[in-house]
Design a protein around this ligand. Sequence first.
Ligand code: PEP
Ligand code: MG
Length: 591
Amino acid sequence: MPEDTQRREIILHGIAASPGVAHGRVFRFLHGEVEVPSYLVGKESQEAEIIRFEQALLETREQIKEIRADVGKSLGENEAAIFDAHVLVLEDQALIDDVVGEVHNTGDNVEQCLHRVSSRYLDFFDGLEDQYLRERASDVRDVTRRLLRNLLGATGSGTAFLDEPRVLVSEDLTPSDTASLDRSKILGIATDSGGRSSHAVIMARAGEIPAVVGLRELTVNLQDGDTVLVDGFEGTVVINPGEQTLFRYGEVSFKRKKLLDLVVDESYLPAETADGRKLTVFANADSPEEVAKANENGALGVGLFRTESVFLRHNRIPDEEEQFQEYKAVVEASSPLPVTIRTLDLGGDKVLGSSDRVKEDNPFMGFRAIRFCLRNKDVFLTQLRAILRASAFGKVKIMFPMISGVGEMLSARETLDEAKTQLEKRGEAFDPQTPVGCMIETPAAVTICDLLAEHADFFSIGTNDLVQYLLAVDRINNQIAYLYEPHHPAVIRAVGHVAEVGRKKGVEVSVCGEMAGDPHFTALLMGLGIDEMSVAPPLIPELKFFARRFTILEAEKLREEVEQMARPSQILVRIKAFHDEKMAGFYDVDE
Ligand code: PEP
Ligand code: MG
């Protein structure tokens, strides 16, 4: 690491979390840490201390409820639910009793007592093996900070005092930190830790704030007065960018803005190539709010409803009625357009907080998704009944994740039949013709997709997992992120093979991994014979816009060229060049 970090340009690579480019002076966000005063209060004042504590509890609850309502309105119930956990911490009688007891036993001021009690709770959580419970520590930390600030009448390290918009830099960000920021003062966000799916990042994306996370050594490299450039497209942060870098990024931002204006203007047009080959664009959506966004952006339905989001939100296995209500709400929001509901994909990095979970050395290759469901028949049957019941309220398709053999597909279908029989006996309505699909996300499923086609009405290629399993590159490991290449010939051949077999066997094939949402891949995927894609709702307009800029013949020619290339880097350069060539006219503007 260079010694003179003040002047030298330092480039750091992290995870691209929210698209866009931002440049500005650094605002070191310190989580609103507050000095905790310590003094003795006389016995006669202890009740007054406790009353102060109770008032702070009420005030804090009101603030959190306000934030929850705001987040619910702007981002939807999924994101707002995190603040319910904060209210639960505030209402935790054991914590309240401990603080009151500490005031009585030590005679110290209530801020000091609260600080000590919460530190004991945090030590306890931090020492736990269970990742979910460890993460609950951040709820306690967040709520305690807010309580302390209210007790002290402090404003925290908010953004209100900033004289100019800045780039927020922090080791970490909590959802409540993000929610309390004045967005007009924040140009971009860069953090040492965090993953693409943390709640803070989800909010940044929804607020269209460029963000890069997982930079690990960003904060240790910063000095007073530094400026920072955040490239949320590539996941890069440049400390003290030089003139050349700024010029390059100035162009990137300008082109992007220009393009987005055009894309929005054309969002009502259909998704098809210049010569009329249809592209069916679905949305990856897990809540009625996301479905509403998808509908606004012209999605033709939901191509992937990740049902584990429902389980994670409840932090337990919801009963049939609870699941049914959630599935029905999404189906009704989408109706008359279809919803593809994927059965539970717990495991890997998605775990419930139950203590009986077996610790696995390789969780992504372990007891996840369909493997878990087939061994927990009651859980699976309950979910299948809930999904089937939702099929009475709109067009539903069911698909099974992580299939690696025909046996799994057959067992899953048998369980589905069992669920249908149970519902028939109960006299419940459902669509008996609900199509059944198979996710293609293991190398085994690619290789035997002809055999799987005999038992599936449709295929959905999950490239997020397929890339990690095909290339043996853990999708969440920062160390080897450079090897995670959707443009690897192995991935392209795999997708092409599945598309071809699907065509021959009369089985529809779509792609629902992140690769489908990246316009650099659109022409290549279409050239490979993919004409259905499911992507995050905000990406839909740009995807449609680009598809209208090439012909299917050009896409097929691109595929032929790429098939001759051995190295992933060559392929990436070629598909980017194709994309940029077709879009060039839309970047060129007369100022
Ligand atoms: C995938 O693997 O591409 C996919 C869509 O599923 P998930 O990202 O939920 O594993
Ligand atoms: Mg997957």
